[in-house]
Design a protein around this ligand. Structure first.
Ligand SMILES: NC(=O)c1ccc[n+]([C@@H]2O[C@H](COP(=O)([O-])OP(=O)(O)OC[C@H]3O[C@@H](n4cnc5c(N)ncnc54)[C@H](O)[C@@H]3O)[C@@H](O)[C@H]2O)c1
Ligand SMILES: [Zn+2]
Length: 789
């Protein structure tokens, strides 16, 4: 953590000033967090302030007043109307570490203080909120929030509505009175379900308002989406039943009913005879209290570190959000010996993972248009680092999503990026608004060509630019798609080339109006092309920071300096005498230009399925295109086929058939085919015997194979290609009809499904064997490899 990156002030007055300011800020953030379930800054920023304050207080102990936030647990109860309740035993917080080194230091100190080998109880740190459950004679007496650790809010009436928290304990042998401490949280599944519910409620509300004649723009968001599971759980627990209507009460009960609990400690507990905390968990579980299944006990610190690292990598495989690992000394007798500070026990520590949620500013909402014309709003944000990468923008999907998230331009927003997952704007920090924020409305026209936007289909919320043939964004997108790996696979034809060809800067160059002219391009035509470079993420034209001008590139040019023609035939000495210099710019085709044209030439005879994908026909991706190419053998045969005949082909179906027939009805589409044909494109598979002749015969004839995860030695397309080349059918989902599943690292639900259905699962090596030798080779191989063990 960068707490120490900034020097601690040496001067006492400066230190005092800063510590007072920090204490005040932290206090304000705590009240919002604990009493209103609102995060005004991200947890990471909060932790950083907290640690800075701790560091200053370490340097100037006289500044550490009795009521410094570093000495306190949580925040005193700000009344929401619940009765106050005093805990029988104080509820503490935890000290944090942010690196393995810090953790090892802590563990070494704890072990040294214990004076004997220690066992480490390692648990997932649940990102929820702390609760204390007091049981008397096996019956729940009070359920209380942590509050300031001494006094919390009595929320028993709400906890009564949480089914997973037992009102009466089962079994026997429990103390006459004890406190169990735990964490209330929302599982990922219930959080999603709750948002789905909000979504449905809002939809119904909008429909009702529309029916009353209200204009769409004037309908407020009555049921906003929840941004964060922890704060939603906290908010749910602290709802008041008072003054609620019957339907509001039903919603409140629904929210409470979805909450979960894991107990992770004890407060008042009269029986000291138990040796270890892990045994306490067994007892609590026996009495019906939910205990986390994820805890482990280790003898060595190395094992704990391994646990920390392993769980960090699999953070999202758990049913609830985790923000770290809690490591506790398992022996209860040592708890007393190690003792506690004013806010945390010395026998436990929280190792915090790097944050996945950060706060940043929403600078703008813009609209991008894709190759199909879909107009998608996206957020442009102040760049921010999260989960290992810098994020500047995130899709907002459509206007309804923007509305549901309730974000305005200028807002501080919560951004989440979990591991490799696409970044998502969760919502605004409404409390930080200063009135300068602007509401955003979806524009009525295409930002690139000005054509009025229309719904994708009747009644659809998603909008598209209907100017398919000429809209620069769509032409650019289609041309880029033609070069992509699943289509003609032309490496030079990427984003920049597509932009260069369709929107060149040099006025002497006629842009490629549509992809119809792609194969007619000549070297003379493309060499002078200059293009303004766009940001690959935002689509924004990039500006050179030093000159303030647009960054230009000439993707097909190479420039050399030569002597002017007048110097021809002169010797070096004569040139010097005449004062001639190398300043004559000569523009040549670059290697890229030549490669590009050579690649285009090669593409004309690429397999029919690739050419079909290159036509940008809706729904016709590599899989459907292969099915069509295998069955029909030529574009003419596909065009001649009836809709029914198309739909019957395995892997095609009626949606694709409809899309194909509709595509050929459009004049400018037919023009593409005509001009490509005139340029020499081969629309037939040589030697194909005609429609109906099934795909190639091979070792996999009649077999269906699904490839999933990353298979060593194969790209995603490569795996599919290999299956088809061997005469097999490459399917994308696992069903009873699947014969084999090839699964590499990262295989998810498909692998689980295969195991459930008892379908043979192959690794990369076995898969390679399958496509080269056929099924016997792997069934034998599989048998012999299990036989060896
Ligand atoms: N964003 C903000 O404005 C803001 C403000 C205040 C606090 N916070 C967040 O809250 C934290 C401070 O809160 P805190 O005092 O509750 O400390 P904490 O969340 O760092 O750790 C203590 C708590 O962890 C919980 N916990 C979860 N799993 C546990 C387990 N397996 N065993 C034991 N305890 C477990 C317990 O409820 C315990 O009280 C900050 O570090 C920050 O992340 C954020
Ligand atoms: Zn347009």
């Amino acid at each position: 953590m960068s707490t120490n990156a900034q020097q601690i002030p040496e001067d006492f007055d400066a230190a005092r000033e800063e510590s007072e300011r920090l204490a005040e800020q932290i206090e304000r953030l705590r009240v919002a967090y604990y009493s209103e379930a609102a995060s005004l800054v991200s947890d990471a920023e909060y932790d950083e302030m907290f640690h800075r304050l701790e560091a200053i207080e370490r340097a100037f102990p006289e500044l550490a007043s009795q009521d410094s936030p570093t000495r306190e647990v949580g925040a005193a109860v700000v009344s929401a109307g619940f009765p106050e309740h005093q805990h029988a035993e104080r509820m503490l917080s935890l000290d944090n570490v942010f690196s393995v080194e810090e953790f090892r230091d802590w563990a070494a100190k704890a072990a040294a203080a214990a004076g004997r080998p220690v066992r480490w109880l390692s648990e997932l740190k649940i990102d929820g909120l702390a609760i204390s459950l007091a049981y008397r004679d096996g019956v729940l007496e009070t359920a209380t929030t942590r509050g300031d650790g001494r006094v919390g809010e009595d929320i028993t009436e709400n906890v009564d509505l949480i089914p997973v928290i037992p009102r009466t304990l089962s079994g026997s042998g429990f103390p006459a009175f004890f406190e169990a401490r735990g964490e209330v949280f929302l599982t990922g599944e219930n959080f999603d379900a709750l948002n789905e519910r909000q979504h449905e409620l809002q939809k119904a509300f909008v429909a009702e308002q529309l029916a009353k004649g209200r204009a769409v723009e004037q309908i407020p968001v009555r049921y906003p989406e929840f941004a964060n599971a922890r704060n939603t759980a906290a908010g749910s627990l602290r709802q008041r039943a008072e003054k609620k209507t019957e339907s509001e009460l039903a919603l409140m009960r629904d929210r409470l009913g979805r909450l979960s609990l894991y107990v992770h400690g004890i407060g008042a507990w009269p029986d000291p005879a138990i040796a270890n905390q892990s045994e306490v968990y067994e007892l609590l579980a026996g009495w019906g209290l939910p205990v986390s299944p994820h805890s482990r006990v280790f003898d060595t610190v190395d094992e704990v570190v391994e646990f920390i690292e392993d769980r960090g990598e699999h953070r999202h495989d758990v049913e609830h959000e985790i923000d770290g690992i809690v490591v506790k000394v398992d022996e209860l007798s040592l708890h007393g010996e190690l003792g506690e500070t004013s806010r945390a026990p010395r026998w436990a520590i929280a190792y915090k993972y790097p944050p996945e949620e950060v706060h940043t500013r929403l600078l703008d909402i813009r609209v991008g248009v894709g190759r199909t014309g879909r107009a998608t709003p996206y957020a442009v944000m102040e760049p921010v680092k999260v989960a290992g990468s810098t994020v500047r923008q995130a899709t907002l999907h459509n206007q309804q999503v923007v509305q549901a998230k309730g974000v305005r331009i200028g807002d501080t927003v919560v951004l989440r990026k979990a591991g490799d997952v696409i970044p998502e704007v969760l919502g605004a920090v409404v409390e930080l608004r200063d009135g300068e924020e602007r509401e955003w409305r979806m524009p009525d026209t295409c930002p690139e060509c000005g054509t009025p936007l229309r719904p994708m289909k009747e009644g659809d919320i998603d909008l598209r630019c209907p100017n398919a043939r000429d809209c620069p964004a769509q032409v650019r997108g289609r041309v880029e798609h033609i070069g992509s790996r699943g289509a003609l696979d032309i490496e030079v034809l990427g984003e920049i080339t597509a932009a260069a060809l369709t929107q060149p800067e040099a006025p002497s160059v006629p842009p490629l109006e549509t992809e119809a002219g792609l194969f007619d391009l000549t070297l003379e035509q493309i060499v002078p092309i200059v293009v303004i470079v766009r940001d690959s993420e935002t689509g924004e034209q990039r500006i050179d920071e030093t000159t303030g001008e647009f960054v230009r590139r000439a993707p097909f040019q190479r420039v050399t300096l030569e002597y002017p023609p007048a110097a021809a035939g002169l010797s070096p000495a004569e040139r010097r005498k005449a004062g001639l210099r190398k300043n004559h710019r000569v523009v040549h085709p670059s290697r890229d230009a030549e490669t590009f044209l050579a690649e285009l030439e090669k593409a004309k005879t690429k397999p029919l399925w690739r050419l079909l994908v290159a036509l940008n026909i809706r729904h016709v991706g590599p899989v459907a295109a292969r099915a069509l190419a295998d069955w029909f053998g030529s574009l003419d045969a596909i065009r001649a086929a009836s809709q029914e005949a198309l739909a019957e082909v395995d892997g095609v179906g009626s949606i694709i058939a409809d899309s194909l027939t509709a595509w050929f009805e459009v004049d400018w589409h037919r023009e593409i085919v005509e001009r490509w044909t005139a340029a020499g494109v081969q629309w037939a598979t040589p030697g194909h015997p005609g429609p109906g002749a099934a795909s190639a015969e091979g070792v996999l004839s009649g077999l269906t194979v699904v490839a999933t995860g990353s298979l060593d030695g194969f790209t995603r397309e490569g795996a599919t290609e290999a299956i088809i080349a061997a005469g097999g059918k490459a399917a994308s989902s696992v069903s009873k009809k699947t014969d084999f599943v090839a699964a590499g690292p990262g295989a998810g639900s498909k692998l689980a499904k295969a195991e459930e259905l008892g379908i043979p699962v192959l690794d990369a090596a076995q898969f390679a064997l399958l496509v080269s030798e056929g099924p016997q080779a792997v069934t034998e191989g599989a048998r012999s490899s299990t036989g060896d063990e």
